[in-house]
Ligand binder design. Sequence first.
Ligand SMILES: [Zn+2]
Length: 263
Amino acid sequence: MAGAFDDSDQDTGLPDWLLPLLFAPFVGSFLGVVAIRWPEGRPIAVARSRCPHCDRALSPLELLPLVSWILAGGRCRRCKAALGLFYPAIELAALVLALWAASQTGGWLFWVSCLFGWALLLAAVIDLRAMILPDFITLPLIPLGLALAYGLEPGKLADHALGALAGFLVFAALRWGYRALRGREGLGFGDVKLAAAMGAWVSWSGLPSAILLGTLAALLWVAVAARRGAGLSADRKVPFGAFLAFGLWVVWLHGPILAVAPG
Ligand SMILES: [Zn+2]
């Protein structure tokens, strides 16, 4: 996918993927702050600043992503409370996404892919934690996906616009149908907006693959949750958007797994 647009031969002396990889864990750390504070309506700071247990102000050295967590053994140095796996996990995830993008893209498309992956990661983590997909991520992704499609290949813009429309209509119909049949909300409107963004980014030809991968991942999550005895009652909610975001990411980097269109 990236081949024709790879401008990584612009010589800056450094491989163009090095910088994003170096600051990916810091991005992950920031995303963690947003993912925790935004659903609570708290102001977003650049970094977490205090131990959540003893309220001790953290020193800059203690805010190094991944490294400080490992050095401190995952515990606050004063109160020894376990700091939890949330921050190291999201910092590592941001790094893995950047490495994944570097393996498939180059040049400016690598940067775009990193930003895209980090936006999806934030949406997914907020959906997993708070069961909501924020408009500030899903809505801008629709015009951005279309603009990118136009920039990469102007002739494909209509396919991507059609994809956005198809994603919106299919998920709006599913949402309406579920509500009509079951008398309650099964699919959030955030999922409908995300489906539109999916079509905008991977075109109508990539949309079925992204939805399929997302659905398989969600089913796997449900199966694992059931095995761990989390008691899957009929009204237990599944953060479907988080899994759709995963499907979208895979298809964005690797292309459709379902052949629905020639070429
Ligand atoms: Zn503490």
